[in-house]
Design a protein around this ligand. Structure first.
Ligand SMILES: O=C(O)C[C@@H](O)[C@H](O)C(=O)CO
Length: 272
C-alpha cells in the first residue's frame, strides 16, 4: 500500500473514545500538518495539552462541548452526516493551551494541527461563518466550505477547508500543486485529505505526482481513508453515482494558499 494512503484504525483510547486516525507521529511524511480523527460516544471526553502546536477542532458529525479551560462552547456541531452538505462548527485553540472535547451525542471529530509558537485567542468558528463557494464548471463542480482560509487571521499556520465533489466530477482539478516556497508565485503547503463517500461503499481515485514523476502514486481511496500530500499535484476523481467529501488541512512556512496548475492541463481552465 502507498505510504501516502492511511486506512482507519479504530483504536480504543479510553472509555467512549476511539482513535480512527492519528497522523501526528514520526511515521508521517509531513512536517507541518498533523491530523487525527476521533469517535466519541455520548459523554465521552478527550483532552490534550497542545505544546508548540495549534489545533482546529472540527465537529465533523454530532454535537460536542469544547473548552480551553477558560472559554466553553456548548452543544456545537451542525449535522449528523457530512453529506447534509451544510457547514459545521469548529474551534481554534492556540499553542501552549489545552482543550477538552466532550460528546453531547455520538460524534466524529477531526483534530487538525500545525506547529506554532505565537499565541492567538481561542475562537469559535461557527457554521454560519464558513464562507461557502461553488467552484468549477463542466465535470469539475464542487462545493467548498472555508473553515480557516488564508484571508482569515485566526490561526498562525493552519488552513482548513471542506470540499464536496459531485458524482462523476473531479476536484483539485485541473491538477495543482503548492510545494515551492516562492511567493508570490507559489507557496509551500503540505496537505492532508480525510475522505468520505456517499453511499459509503463508494471509492474515489487520487493521484499525487511531481513534474519529474519521482513521486507518482495513484490511490484507490475508500470511505474514511486519509491521503497525505507532502508535495506534488493531487487531483481527485469521483465515479458516477457517488458523492465525495473531503476535509483538507494545509500548513507550511507561510500561511498563504498560492497554487500552480500543471501546465500540461492548464488548457482545461482556459476553455470557454
Ligand atoms: O477542488 C478544490 O477546489 C479543492 C482543492 O483546491 C483542495 O482544497 C486543495 O487541493 C487545496 O490545495
Amino acid at each position: 500500500m502507498s505510504r501516502l494512503l492511511r486506512k482507519p484504525e479504530h483504536e480504543q483510547l479510553s472509555n467512549g473514545v476511539v482513535v480512527v486516525h492519528d497522523h501526528t507521529k514520526e511515521a508521517t511524511p509531513l512536517e507541518y500538518v498533523g491530523f487525527k480523527v476521533i469517535d466519541l460516544s455520548p459523554g465521552g471526553t478527550h483532552e490534550e495539552e497542545l505544546g508548540k502546536v495549534e489545533c482546529c477542532i472540527v465537529a465533523l458529525t454530532g454535537r460536542i462541548d469544547v473548552t480551553d479551560g477558560t472559554e466553553t462552547f456548548e452543544n456545537i456541531g451542525a449535522r449528523d452526516s457530512v453529506f447534509e452538505q451544510r457547514p459545521t462548527d469548529s474551534v481554534y485553540v492556540s499553542n501552549d493551551r489545552s482543550f477538552k472535547v466532550e460528546a453531547v451525542t455520538k460524534a466524529r471529530v477531526a483534530l487538525c494541527y500545525s506547529p506554532s509558537d505565537n499565541q492567538l485567542p481561542t475562537k469559535l468558528i461557527k457554521a454560519a461563518d464558513n464562507d461557502v463557494e461553488h467552484r468549477g464548471k463542466d465535470n469539475n463542480k464542487r462545493r467548498v466550505h472555508n473553515i480557516l482560509p488564508d484571508y482569515d487571521d485566526s490561526a498562525n499556520s493552519l488552513l482548513v477547508v471542506e470540499v464536496f465533489t459531485e458524482s462523476g466530477n473531479w476536484s483539485s482539478y485541473p491538477p495543482h500543486k503548492h510545494d515551492e516556497d516562492n511567493l508570490p508565485e507559489e507557496s509551500f503547503l503540505e496537505e492532508s485529505y480525510y475522505h468520505e463517500m456517499n453511499p459509503p461503499q463508494g471509492f474515489v481515485f487520487q493521484r499525487v505526482y511531481t513534474d519529474d514523476r519521482s513521486l507518482d502514486e495513484t490511490m484507490t481511496v475508500e470511505n474514511g481513508h486519509v491521503v497525505l500530500v507532502p508535495k506534488g499535484y493531487h487531483p481527485v476523481g469521483v465515479p458516477d453515482g457517488y458523492t465525495s467529501y473531503y476535509l483538507n488541512v494545509m500548513a507550511g512556512p507561510k500561511r498563504k494558499w498560492k497554487f500552480h496548475n500543471d501546465p500540461d492541463h492548464e488548457w482545461i481552465v482556459e476553455r470557454d
